[in-house]
Design a protein around this ligand. Sequence first.
Ligand SMILES: Nc1nc2c(ncn2[C@@H]2O[C@H](COP(=O)(O)OP(=O)(O)O)[C@@H](O)[C@H]2O)c(=O)[nH]1
Ligand SMILES: [Mg+2]
Length: 306
Amino acid sequence: MALPQGIAMRGGLWQRLKRVALTDVSVLVKGIDRHSLDDVERVLAEADFGVTAFDLAEELEDKWRRGTLKTPDAVRAWLKQGIVERLGGTVHGSDLNLGDGDGPAVVMLLGVNGVGKTTQIAKLAHRLQAAGHSVLLAAADTFRAGAREQISVWASRLDLPCVTGTKGGDPAAVAFDAVEAGTARGVDVVLIDAAGRLHTHGDLMEELKKIARVVGRKREGAPQESLLVLDGTVGQNALQQGRTFAAAVPVTGLIITKLDGTAKGGSVVALRQELEIPIRFLGVGEGLEDLELFDADVFADRLLSD
Ligand SMILES: Nc1nc2c(ncn2[C@@H]2O[C@H](COP(=O)(O)OP(=O)(O)O)[C@@H](O)[C@H]2O)c(=O)[nH]1
Ligand SMILES: [Mg+2]
């Protein structure tokens, strides 16, 4: 599938680095100095690179001392390489694992409320449809007011079947019914929209484990994917969420959202570094086309584009 033309990282990082740290005439003549090094670190930290901001600034200082980086272009090339390495190399995010074809593949989306689970479900469904696959949606977020309605609206827009339960009902039962319905209808993929928060007493992680167990009983190897959705604009919070979910359930990949129109793209690097879970997709807007298969090289280029 072709990559949609992304609009992420407008007014990007590189412009800011150049403006704040690398415009000085002395930078062009003598190379980077102590002051611009501090500025580089600050701009990277503001873009949510986390501890990586410090690492990169330290590496830059070392290069500067050895006189190997003298021009802004050389800095950009070095920075790109550093970012790509930290993203796991020039590997592309793999598309959804659709299993062995013997029954529907089950894809669960996890994450706290508001990160964009339901929206990414719709985008993934759209992507799968475009590739010729049949899809069924499961509204397993039975707790949040309006959650069923929201996914039902997407389902009718995309002309897809959607299994819903009763409000406040058992999310695992909805997931089970959906896999059963998907098997009966012979669909290729069941997309499960899991809850991001339960009623006061519920333990979300236990509930998610239960969903995974229950669908695994209905379909061998399910869930084929458990994708964790993280908001790319919330810095340390996303990192914390990532750690919590990854400790509780086997996460097969990350979807990082809301990367459109933000200069906070460093979070993608920080999350990959800290969580060591492959990044699979980026959410770059609220529309159906605004989902990109992750590509470290393309991402780094965009982050550092003029
Ligand atoms: N800018 C932007 N907004 C997004 C993106 N993905 C989702 N949203 C918005 O984020 C809000 C929460 O999304 P929703 O799918 O309901 O999150 P959920 O609670 O995790 O299911 C909605 O207003 C979405 O339109 C994205 O990639 N970029
Ligand atoms: Mg939702």
